[in-house]
Write a protein that binds this ligand. Structure first.
Ligand code: ZN
Length: 309
């Protein structure tokens, strides 16, 4: 009886029918015949998570915002986990595809299921059900995930915390570590935010890196100057980006379209704009103690800034 069951299940998969527990799956319901149909209310949340991620928010950042806004999860609660966000961002079902038999039942009495490591066939089915996320957007997210992983590895950090502006984006040109933010109390009782190479005082009392701290205000001004440089040369950049669109991968295309949209809309900035900075800044690398820095934007452009203060 057990053998028959296995066969029956696999046959159903070969016909391309997806069996998921849609109650635990954000974005989909099942119709009376067992086909996956989009749950529009939940799909809005799925699309938002993909967009937030591509707009450079980290998974911890996205998790916190969903909770703050009391957005409901698949089970109706407003509790979100970073691991849930990560699995939503990586699940191929959202682009309408399905890998069938990722797990299979080993014991029909206890209904125990294990991960399929090749014991029974796996099937990749394209367009098996309606997509919530366009395939190119899904692909861009996977590429962005790889980019961040590589970035973190290169700079010795676990993950990018985007919850504060410049988080994980200020790099020490001397030792390659990331800078972290500290709050300094000033003699008059006011606080100021400074950024410092995380290698500098790794061991207490021992100076690990020769770099100097930098005031957050200096980083803000540098970003504003870099952005205004784009606006000043608007026509040049718009043409350049439009010309690059065709030969770019899904992630680069997403970025270029973002940059084009932003530049078509925005004027020169006087004040630092935090959300704009999050969306377009890749990194600021600080080179020496005179305040020379290289600003790299996510379209790939890099420019040198000098601190004249
Ligand atoms: Zn350093």
């Amino acid at each position: 009886m057990s053998l028959n069951s296995t066969w029956g299940v696999r046959r159903r998969f070969e016909q391309g029918k997806v069996t998921i527990n849609e109650k635990k799956f954000l974005g989909y319901d099942k119709d009376s015949e067992g086909n996956l149909i989009i749950n529009e209310t939940q799909a809005v949340i799925v699309r938002r998570i993909y967009k937030d991620f591509l707009d450079e928010k980290g998974t911890a950042h996205i998790t916190r915002e969903l909770e703050q806004e009391k957005v409901k999860n698949w089970n109706g609660t407003t509790k979100w986990y970073e691991s849930t966000i990560k699995s939503i961002l990586q699940n191929e079902k959202y682009k309408g595809d399905a890998i069938l038999q990722k797990t299979y039942t080993v014991d029909f009495l206890t209904k125990e299921r294990v991960k399929n490591t090749g014991k029974v066939p796996k099937y990749y089915v394209e367009e098996s059900h309606p997509a919530i996320i366009a395939p190119e957007t899904w692909q861009a997210v996977q590429l962005e995930m790889e980019r961040r992983k590589k970035f973190c590895m290169e700079h010795g950090i676990k993950n990018l915390d985007t919850r504060i502006p410049f988080g994980g984006k200020v790099i020490c040109g001397i030792c390659g570590s990331v800078y972290s933010r500290k709050t300094w109390m000033q003699p008059d009782g006011t606080k100021r935010k400074v950024w410092m190479c995380s290698n500098r005082y790794k061991e207490k009392g021992v100076k690990g890196c020769e770099s100097k701290h930098v005031n957050e205000e200096v980083l803000q001004k540098a970003f504003v100057a870099a952005f205004n440089e784009l606006v000043t040369n608007k026509q040049y950049f718009l043409e350049k980006w439009k010309g690059e669109l065709e030969d770019s991968n899904a992630l680069k295309q997403y970025r270029l379209n973002e940059f084009i949209g932003i530049l078509e809309q925005e004027e020169k900035q006087e004040q630092f704009n935090e959300s704009l900075c999050l969306r377009i800044l890749e990194q600021i690398e600080l080179f020496d103690n005179k305040g020379t820095m290289h600003i790299t934007l996510l379209d790939g452009m890099s420019m040198k800034c000098e601190n004249n203060n």
